[in-house]
Design a protein around this ligand. Structure first.
Ligand code: UGA
Length: 437
């Protein structure tokens, strides 16, 4: 077991820190944001992530997990440093590595023993080598270090489970010493025979982008199938189901909808295309998935207009703002472009989301009329637009809903409402790839 410091307490850093503590390591989660650290020290969790509070509490009480804004001291006390700071989309679609590089400089100044420096943030291939150069040139001592790439595969909403019971762990290493230290860090997973892919650093860095880009391609692929299914009277769910029965395809990530969003797929697909260009490699398939994803948001708007051709002054109830269920994250959520499209045509938008309204107002629409309940958002509406697959929305009582609306129009952009019930209660409805079922 090791003394570890995780720098960056976003959802990746916090889940990683708490998870590594659960594996028996001594972990300091460090962040320059004093407010975040104060919140964590009070036992509160700054993000909405299922099971995270329990995991954090358990490990804080066991004395294995602590929080600090003194990053330099946290680095000096640790033999393994995980870098989990943000890599937002930068100019021209590249990943912006400024936070990662600045952490590397801080590590260089505090290299008081041999350390393993491990990138957890999603960083483009070649970043490991860049970090080695930065730390090598800026360290003030002779102490040695190794770089490791250990990409995360955490889905928001199930990140805790994904960390504790992963499908695989990827370790990009360049020395036997760093490999054996990482084996110690992840000892419980080695013991329970979790598949481990131990490879070199560029390969590990690429595995992360390859995985996210492939999933993004799958989503855009099924969305295009859904768009055709809509025109020809086919059912995309049966298509996806039958495709998925072929083990070579797998049924996962073949659910159609308003397109992928969030902090990962949009940014990582763009960054991969940019990395390719730098090396004279065209990622035509990934670029097509990005284009199709942008267009999918227009498809949803077009469905609204099929039911309500003139939006001026019409009350549209938007149910669901988060980019997917079980998160309050609204980064690159399809709801942003779709709401912009509705507002551009002077629709009156009233929105509801169980947890994401605050973020939507804070980051995108300061004046968005968000209501605390579904009923308040839909009362008197001309059309209901479902954008996130929250369980609460799956369970909507359509009979009661109809009673609240001015006109019984619904666009179900996540295919979560019962078509039988929509028909039974006389709704005019559209969904994605099943309209004619
Ligand atoms: C994604 C990956 O799934 C994680 O493995 C990865 O670690 C993470 O990015 C990351 O790079 O940090 P996440 O963005 O949390 O995780 O969400 P997903 O569950 O993958 O969903 C991404 C988007 O695709 C959402 O907008 C979701 O609604 C959409 N999606 C997903 C579909 O439209 N259809 C599907 O069948 C699946």
């Amino acid at each position: 077991m090791r003394n570890i410091c995780v720098i960056g307490t976003g959802y990746v850093g916090l889940v990683t820190g708490a998870g590594l503590a659960d594996f028996g390591n001594e972990v300091i989660c460090a962040d320059i944001d004093q407010t975040k650290i104060d919140v964590l020290k009070k036992g509160e969790i700054p993000i909405y992530e299922a099971g995270l509070k329990e995991l954090v509490d358990r490990n804080v009480h066991a004395g294995r997990l602590s929080f600090s804004s003194d990053i330099e001291s946290a680095i000096r006390k640790s033999s393994v440093i995980f870098i989990a700071v943000g890599t937002p989309i930068g100019e021209g679609g590249d990943a912006d590595l400024s936070a990662v590089k600045s952490v590397a400089q801080t590590i260089a100044r505090n290299l008081n023993t041999y350390k393993v420096i491990c990138t957890k943030s999603t960083v483009p291939v070649g970043t490991g080598s860049q970090l080695r150069v930065i730390i090598d040139s800026e360290r003030k001592t002779d102490h040695n270090f190794d770089i490791v790439s250990n990409p995360e595969f955490l889905r928001e909403g199930s990140a805790v489970r994904d960390f504790l019971i992963p499908d695989r762990v990827v370790l990009g290493v360049n020395s036997g010493k760093s490999e054996s230290i990482m084996r110690e860090v992840y000892r419980p997973l080695f013991i329970n025979k979790t598949p481990m892919v131990i490879t070199n650093i560029p390969t590990a860095e690429m595995i992360k982008y390859a995985s996210n880009a492939f999933l993004a391609v799958k989503i855009s692929f099924i969305n295009e199938m859904a768009n055709l299914a809509d025109k020809v009277g086919a059912d995309v769910h049966s298509i996806a189901h039958a495709m998925g029965l072929d083990g070579r395809i797998s049924s996962k990530f073949l659910h159609p909808g308003p397109g992928f969003g969030g902090s990962c797929f949009p940014k990582d697909t763009e960054a991969l295309v940019q990395t390719g260009l730098k090396h004279d490699v065209k990622f035509q398939v990934v670029q097509a998935a990005i284009n199709a994803n942008t267009f999918q948001r227009q498809i949803i708007l077009a469905k609204v207009k099929e039911l309500l051709p003139a939006l001026d002054g019409k009350h549209i109830a938007v149910l669901g703002l988060a980019f997917k269920a079980n998160t309050d994250d609204v980064r690159d959520t399809p709801a942003v472009d779709i709401i912009r499209g509705l507002l551009a045509e002077n629709a009156l938008v009233k929105a509801y989301d169980p947890v994401a309204s605050k973020n939507m107002i804070k980051y995108y629409f300061p004046d968005l009329d968000c209501r605390p309940t579904v009923s308040e958002a839909v009362k008197g509406a001309d059309l209901v637009l479902v954008l996130t697959e929250w369980n609460e929305l799956r369970g909507l009582n359509l009979k009661d809903l109809k009673g609240l609306l001015k006109s019984p129009n619904i666009v179900d952009a996540r295919n979560i409402l019962s078509i039988d019930d929509l028909k039974k209660y006389g709704f005019n409805y559209r969904n994605v790839g099943r309209s004619t079922v």
